[in-house]
Each structure stands twice: as structure tokens, then as C-alpha cells.
Write a protein that binds this ligand. Structure first.
Ligand code: PMP
Length: 462
């Protein structure tokens, strides 16, 4: 057997290249380049096996709200594992961490959401949504209501149902689509707004939901699913006018509203949930990521009373569940994470300190010649890279190449950012301090300068 401590970086890279197919990765291209081997993390910092240090500008994968390496979470999981490492929640059974976490989630989430169905991930949460929504309409004797409306660039996960609910064409093309899902225009003014003002466009994009319901027939539409702020699609922050208009449409039409809070939930937008930020009253609310700050895998679907009344009150047995639904150790990690978030006032830190401070840096970065739009809400933001300002019309070709160049410079400068098409994305741990934000902003500025120098060298920028 391999013993981790006796292996070198090159050994890990070889083992990985020989045997590991990576998620959302061109594995052949990666193997030619070699993996970075992350070894250790603390707070907002990561170290690879060669001792290089990175600021984790993505909070892992939009999840490490309280930062890395909190001993209290490890201790809570350790204690739970010694007590009851695993038992299921299927057969008329529960256990203390699942019961406590259910009640705590009912308290923390927006009013009217008082039940949770536990899963291990955001993808499973959205698969649960898919099945629960259709079952709900069946129970109400409206079995024709089956269609989901999602959005282009939406991301809801990688399982079969979740990838269909999402609006990623690449994913649909590789494995086919589930019938009964439609996608409408995302509220992303920069790319889709045309000649409209952002506010006009927000209303127009929302009204597409209404137009689509009419086209498909209200009797056939089950639900609208949307992230309050779209994350993996490129941090697409809707114009102010968007959600109020969506709320009006959902109130007038008989469809369920599913707010996918897998990224927005647990403080990312400066309030506990994106639904708090936009005053939404979702019928179903998938959660994951920040629920445990990623210390162990856990997700769930929050269910509004009006849906729970039907599913629980009329439904009998719901034929759905995962071996690890409400896993005790994962629930213990979530409970400790949420205790830390509340006692250390992490959401208040975002709203009052970190987000305003980073917002100011963002405004300045927006003045860089390479940046066409600098958008941010709470602690999640994007810099849209363009060849010439102030035009929105002119973009780099082929889409995504410049984003990748910039992303690689970012890593070389010691900062983890992600590129989505030609936008650079950040979503740092929520506990990031002003000093760390200063450091991050300096690295971003250097990354933009390095990228621009490279593009000028390649003749792609004047
Ligand atoms: N929904 C949203 C909004 C997400 O951002 C993600 C993951 N990035 C998912 C669902 C899927 O979650 P998971 O990767 O935990 O399955």
C-alpha cells in the first residue's frame, strides 16, 4: 500500500494521471500538464505538496464559508463518529444530529420553510426536487403539470435530472436531455440586454417566464427553478427589477418556485439566504455546500409548509431516499459549522465588513482596461474581460480562451480564481479579513496586468 507521507508530488501526479478521471476536466489535457496536488489548508489559505501557497478565492467550490481547518468541526465529527458513526433514517428511525439539524434549518431558513429532506449534495437535492414536484402535482390531481422551466446558463448539478434542469448546453449534448424541461433567457444584461437598460431588461427577462407558461399551457407547467444569483453560469446578478416581476408571475400562475440556494445559501449574498436578499418565498429550496462549509458532504431540500402539507398530509410513502440521507457525521459537521457561523456572526461580517470592503476594490478593478463589467453581491463577484471598453458588443474569440489565460496567471500569482467563459469569478471564504482582501485585490490586479500584457504580445488587444 502507498503511504501518503512517503510519496512525492511526482508520484501523486503519476498515480492520478494513471487512474483518476477528474470532474469537469479534459483529463487527457490535464495529464499532459500535471495536476496541482493540494495538501493542506488553513483559513483562506491553501498549500500544495511543493509548498506553494494560494489564497482560496473560490472557497473550495463556493462552499467553505467559515474557512479551512477549523478544529471544532473536526472534533464534532470525531465525537459523533465515536458515538454513532452511521445509521439510516429510513425505518421509523432518526438520530440526534439529524433531528437537531432539521429543527435548526427550519429556524434559519426563510419563514414558511419548516421541513427538510436530506441529501448528500446539491445535485441530489435537485433530483429530489424533480421527483417531489411531480409527485406534489399528482397528489393534487393535476398530473399533467410536469414541465420544469429553468434558465440558460443555470446550474443545478450533474445527475441526470439536475443537469437537465440546468441550462448548460455542453452537458445536454453529451448525455441527452430529460424530456419536459424548458430553458429561458438568464437575467444577464451584459450579454443578453441588447439596447434595453438593465431595469427594462430585467422585466423583459422575467416576462419570458410568463410567455413560456402561456406557450406551454399553465396546466402543463410544474415549476420554475432558479438560483437567486446564478453562480457557475458566471455570477450573473439579476437587475433589481427581475425578481419582483418573477414573484408577481409566480403569484398569478399556479406553478411552484424553486430557489436553488446551493451557492447563495448560508451567507454568500450578505444575508443568510439569497431568498432573504431578494425577499423570495420559495416553495422548495435546495441547499448544500455552505451548510457544512464543505467539511463533509451534505445537502437537502427545504420544503415550504404548503408543499409539506400535501406531500406529508396526503402523500403516504414517498419512494425516495439515499442511504446517507441525514448521515450523522455530516449532520454533526453542519451543526458545528452553523454554530460557528452564528456565534462568530459570519453573515454580519459579510454584510457589514467584508462585502463593502471588497465592493470598493471591485469598483476600482472595474476601471482596468481589460474589464468590461465588474459585478458583485455579498462576497461573490465576476470581472467580465473584454478586448475594448466600453463596448459590450465586442468579445474575445474563441469564447473562453482569454478567461483560461487569466485564470492560469491567477494561479501563478498565488490566487485561486475560476474562469467562466471570459469572466473571472471569485467567491472567497466568508471569514476573509480586510487585510486578506487587500492581498487578494493586489493579486487580481497583477493577474489583469499579466493577462493584458500577454494579449498585447499575441496581438489580440490594441
Ligand atoms: N446547484 C447549484 C446552484 C450549484 O452551484 C451546484 C454546484 N456548483 C449544484 C446545485 C450541485 O451541487 P453538487 O455539486 O453538490 O452536487
Amino acid at each position: 500500500m502507498h503511504h501518503a507521507r512517503n510519496l512525492s508530488t511526482a508520484d501523486f501526479q503519476r498515480l492520478d494521471a494513471d487512474h483518476h478521471i477528474h470532474p469537469f476536466t479534459d483529463t487527457k489535457a490535464l495529464n499532459e500538464e500535471k495536476s496541482r496536488v493540494m495538501a493542506k489548508a488553513d483559513g483562506v489559505w491553501l498549500w500544495d505538496t511543493d509548498g506553494n501557497r494560494y489564497l482560496d478565492g473560490m472557497a473550495g467550490l463556493w462552499c467553505t464559508q467559515i474557512g479551512h481547518g477549523r478544529r471544532e468541526v473536526a472534533d464534532a465529527v470525531h465525537r459523533q463518529m465515536l458515538e454513532l458513526e452511521y445509521y439510516n433514517t429510513f425505518f421509523k428511525t432518526t438520530h440526534p444530529p439529524a433531528a437537531e439539524l432539521s429543527a435548526l434549518l427550519a429556524e434559519l431558513t426563510p419563514e414558511g420553510l419548516n421541513h427538510v429532506f436530506f441529501t448528500n449534495s446539491g445535485s441530489e437535492a435537485n433530483d429530489t426536487v424533480f421527483r417531489m414536484v411531480r409527485y406534489y402535482w399528482q397528489l393534487l390531481d393535476k398530473p399533467s403539470k410536469q414541465i420544469f422551466i429553468g434558465r440558460v446558463h443555470g446550474y443545478h448539478g450533474s445527475t441526470v435530472a439536475a443537469s437537465a434542469l440546468g441550462g448548460m448546453a455542453g452537458m445536454h449534448n453529451q448525455a441527452g436531455m430529460v424530456p419536459g424541461v424548458h430553458h429561458i433567457t438568464p437575467p444577464h444584461w451584459f450579454d443578453f440586454g441588447g439596447d434595453m437598460s438593465p431595469d427594462e431588461f430585467g422585466v423583459w427577462a422575467a416576462k419570458e417566464l410568463e410567455r413560456t407558461i402561456d406557450e406551454l399551457g399553465e396546466d402543463n407547467v410544474a415549476a420554475f427553478i432558479a438560483e437567486p444569483v446564478m453562480g457557475a453560469g458566471g455570477v450573473l446578478i439579476p437587475p433589481e427589477t427581475y425578481w419582483p416581476e418573477i414573484k408577481r408571475i409566480c403569484a398569478e400562475r399556479e406553478i411552484l418556485l424553486v430557489a436553488d440556494e446551493v451557492i447563495c445559501g448560508f451567507g454568500r449574498t450578505g444575508k443568510w439566504f439569497g431568498s432573504d436578499t431578494y425577499d423570495l418565498k420559495p416553495d422548495l429550496m435546495p441547499i448544500a455546500k455552505g451548510l457544512s462549509s464543505g467539511y463533509l458532504p451534505i445537502g437537502g431540500v427545504m420544503v415550504a409548509d404548503r408543499v409539506a402539507d400535501v406531500i406529508i398530509g396526503k402523500g403516504g410513502e414517498f419512494y425516495h431516499g439515499y442511504t446517507y440521507s441525514g448521515h450523522p457525521a455530516a449532520c454533526a459537521a453542519a451543526l458545528e459549522n452553523l454554530r460557528i457561523m452564528r456565534e462568530e456572526k459570519v453573515v454580519e461580517h459579510v454584510a457589514d465588513v467584508a462585502a463593502p470592503y471588497l465592493q470598493e476594490k471591485w469598483r476600482k478593478l472595474g476601471e482596468h482596461p481589460l474589464v468590461g463589467e465588474a459585478r458583485m453581491i455579498g462576497l461573490v463577484g465576476a470581472l467580465e474581460l473584454v478586448p475594448a471598453k466600453p463596448s459590450r458588443a465586442e468579445r474575445f474569440e474563441p469564447v473562453g480562451e482569454v478567461g483560461t489565460i487569466a485564470r492560469d496567471f491567477s494561479f501563478a500569482n498565488g490566487l485561486v480564481m475560476r474562469a467562466v467563459r471570459d469572466a473571472l469569478i471569485i467567491s472567497p471564504p466568508l471569514v476573509i479579513t480586510p487585510e486578506e482582501i487587500d492581498e487578494m485585490a493586489r493579486m487580481i490586479e497583477k493577474t489583469l496586468d499579466d493577462t493584458m500584457a500577454e494579449l498585447k504580445k499575441q496581438g489580440r488587444m490594441a
